[in-house]
Design a protein around this ligand. Structure first.
Ligand code: S3P
Length: 425
């Protein structure tokens, strides 16, 4: 598609669609709890719809009408052996968390996904889940899909995560809920805590002590209402757009502000962004608020260490932000980018370079020169939603034409992205 270029300003207000991580978990907890769960502001992205489809194949009755989803949960034992293969599409969160759930269930299931899922590492979950007692097979000894699982009879374990990953932590917590005894997960670096919050919201007990989470198996959860806040990872595209475009002022409403996700706000503030948080609700089960961003004068920074998991999905759009800052920006300690929907070090560097950015890949991140004029060219999302949206924002600063290949990838997390963008012009 032809992208919008040469835009002179963005103004208006956007209600950011539901958080992807929380939408997935709301379906999963609704399915394993007893009684009805009502989810509002559910994200209608392809990834979350894949989660609904998988749970329907596991026998769960799920009614979805626009952003409202009603799940008739019957506990873990209400899940039935699926007669069909479970297809997670492009969704890493669906597959990794689902493997944890299926590991505790005494039946056979097969999990597949798209080409990108077929390249993403699964040993990070399959290895510890085997220690719990699950039988899991797959290509290269359980590293890649298709995976087959025969679960049941788990015993709780104590496990230190080898990578900072909320997907792994969550997968093991789902197994722990079904295991005999106690499960303890130790995180080297704190990652998003939506699963822990949701266990409490569904009436479960979980102990959180610094970077150790601990729970007992055999707990029964109870269905509840989940109001999904807007996705800060989606808001990030408009935060950056508002900061780098001239004459801009954008208000983003109902954005999730869970402290394990707000690294982007801290980095933008450190870079000098004119960004204000308003109407903050800190006590909600998931904190939320409105964000106001205005055209900003920015400076380069170094982004490294413990903040990385708190902004990992925002790095492609932060790279674009850095091309418009004064000075150099260095991103380190972000090797995990290589195993996202694409190798995001490669795809960010390759595609932004085509548009005129001066950016260099490193082993664990990238180095971005600031104050570069973006020109134009033919770019591709490589089938990665966040690369596609980043390029659409970059194009607005370009002086020449920009075409985007594989724009449909954006439907994974933000199907209304182009409508929202258009509404600001
Ligand atoms: C997610 C965790 C992160 C993130 C992904 C969503 C989650 O992945 O990148 O988009 O919902 O738990 P990792 O667990 O691989 O870091």
């Amino acid at each position: 598609m032809e992208l919008l270029t040469n835009i002179k300003g963005l103004n208006g207000e956007i209600a950011i669609p539901g958080d992807k991580s929380i939408s997935h978990r709301a379906i999963m907890f609704g399915a394993i709890a007893n009684g009805e769960t009502i989810v509002t502001n559910f994200l209608l992205g392809d990834d979350c719809l894949s989660t609904i489809q998988c749970f329907r194949k596991l026998g769960v009755h799920i009614k979805q009408q626009d952003e409202k989803v009603i799940i008739a949960g019957k506990g873990f034992s209400g899940l039935k052996e699926p007669a069909e293969v479970l297809d997670v599409g492009n969704s890493g969160t669906t597959i990794r968390l689902l493997i944890g759930i299926l590991s505790g269930l005494p039946f056979h299931s097969i999990l597949i996904g798209d080409q990108s899922i077929g390249k993403r590492p699964m040993t990070r979950v399959t290895k510890p889940l085997r220690t719990f007692g699950a039988a899991i097979q797959g290509r290269q000894n359980g590293e890649y899909t298709p995976l087959s699982i025969k679960g049941g009879n788990l015993s709780g374990i104590e496990y230190t995560l080898q990578v900072a990953s909320a997907q792994v932590k969550s997968s093991l917590l789902f197994a722990g809920l079904q295991a005999n005894g106690t499960t303890a997960i130790i995180e080297p670096v704190k990652t998003r805590d939506h699963t822990e919050r949701m266990i409490k919201q569904f009436g479960g007990d979980i102990e959180i002590n610094d970077q150790t989470v601990r729970l007992n198996g055999g707990q029964a959860l109870t269905g509840t209402t989940v109001q999904v806040p807007g996705d800060i990872s989606s808001a990030a595209f408009f935060l950056v757009a508002g900061a780098i475009m001239p004459n801009s002022e954008i208000k983003l409403t109902n954005v999730g502000l869970n402290p394990t996700r707000t690294g982007i706000i801290e980095v933008m503030k450190a870079m000098g962004a004119n960004l204000t948080i308003m109407n903050e609700e800190k006590d909600a089960s998931e904190p939320r608020g409105d964000l106001l961003i205005k055209t900003s004068t920015l400076k380069g920074v170094t982004i490294a260490g413990d903040i990385i998991p708190r902004l990992i999905d925002e790095i492609p759009i932060i790279a674009l932000l850095a091309t418009q800052a004064d000075g150099v920006t260095i991103i380190k300690d972000a090797e995990e980018l290589k195993v996202k929907e694409t190798n995001r070090i490669d795809t960010v560097v390759k595609e932004l370079t085509k548009l005129g950015a001066v950016i260099e890949a490193t082993a664990d991140g990238m180095i971005i020169q600031g104050n570069t004029k973006l020109t134009g060219g033919d770019v591709s999302s490589h089938g990665d939603h966040r690369i596609g949206m980043m390029l659409a924002i970059a194009a607005m600063l370009c002086t020449r034409n920009v075409t985007l290949e594989k724009k449909e990838a954006i439907d994974v997390s933000y199907p209304t992205f182009f409508d929202h963008l258009q509404s600001l012009i």
